[in-house]
Design a protein around this ligand. Structure first.
Ligand SMILES: C[S@@+](CC[C@H](N)C(=O)[O-])C[C@H]1O[C@@H](n2cnc3c(N)ncnc32)[C@H](O)[C@@H]1O
Length: 251
């Protein structure tokens, strides 16, 4: 069931063309994020976890490395194909947050990394609550660029490329409590620095949904962004300050 509204495109297909680059270049999440999950549900080892909007498995693999039994779910076969190639042995399934193909009460933890802004409410929240075992927790998180550097201002001013991180719903308790029907939301803000070579940073930018949707037209823009990045970071390395925003929601 492609969900075209309210975006005007299907968010379950938007990364198809850049799935390989997504896995190679997107930032992961800091260890403190997975520590916070363990603070909520206990050690991840042996826990049953459903990772919604798992994409190429960046968050799925990190939780599996702590011993969790994680099932990755995503509407995009392109993203799941990369997940299968990059993380052999991780179970994945095609599906959407609004109609989870899972039993009631099956999971200790349902996660959604950098994807909850794409799902339709209240359907997705109703489904997540249905999938959670008694005492289970839903964890939604995003990496958000909160760098106050001039390079990031210039990107926004000159090309309309805003700071990384889908901001919708990140601090919005109403979407989880009033619309989503959860009883309680706890929030964390985890600040960390991402340091990568300019070439790596530029390849990450090319996987952003705004650029991914431009198709062939993205190439020229990416070249201009790269030239600007080299001017701002003559040492060849970009430092970008992120806050990983985490919401833990209990039914
Ligand atoms: C920005 S990526 C995040 C991937 C991964 N969680 C990560 O942290 O790298 C967003 C993912 O959400 C998926 N997605 C879009 N709409 C969705 C929906 N309604 N239900 C579940 N996943 C969805 C996309 O296919 C994409 O793989």
């Amino acid at each position: 069931m492609p969900d075209v509204d309210p975006f005007g495109f299907d968010p379950g297909r938007v990364f198809d063309a850049v799935a390989g680059d997504y896995q190679s270049w997107r930032p992961g999440y800091p260890p403190a994020l997975y520590d916070a999950l363990e603070g909520a549900v206990g050690p991840l080892a042996g826990r049953l976890v459903l990772d919604i909007g798992a994409g190429t498995g960046i968050s799925t693999a990190a939780m599996a490395s702590r011993g969790a039994n994680v099932v990755a779910l995503d509407p995009s076969l392109a993203m799941l194909g990369i997940l299968r190639a990059a993380h052999r042995g991780l179970p994945g399934a095609r599906g959407r947050a609004e109609a989870l193909p899972v039993f009631d009460g099956a999971f200790d933890l349902v996660t959604c990394a950098q994807a909850w802004h794409w799902v339709r409410l209240p359907d997705a929240a109703i489904e997540v609550r249905r999938a959670l075992a008694p005492g289970g927790v839903a964890a939604l998180w995003w990496n958000v660029s909160e760098d106050d550097g001039g390079f990031f201002d210039a990107l926004e001013r000159e090309w309309g490329i805003g700071r990384y991180g889908g901001r919708a719903r990140q601090d919005d308790d109403r979407s989880l409590l009033e619309i989503g029907g959860f009883a309680d939301v706890e929030r964390f803000a985890l600040r960390w620095a991402w340091r990568v070579p300019v070439e790596h940073w530029v390849r990450t930018a090319s996987t952003r949904s705004a650029l991914a949707r431009l198709g062939a037209d993205a190439a020229r823009l990416v070249r201009e962004v790269e030239a600007l990045a080299h001017r701002w970071f003559p040492g060849g390395e970009v430092t970008e300050w992120f806050t990983t925003r985490l919401a833990l929601a209990r039914p």
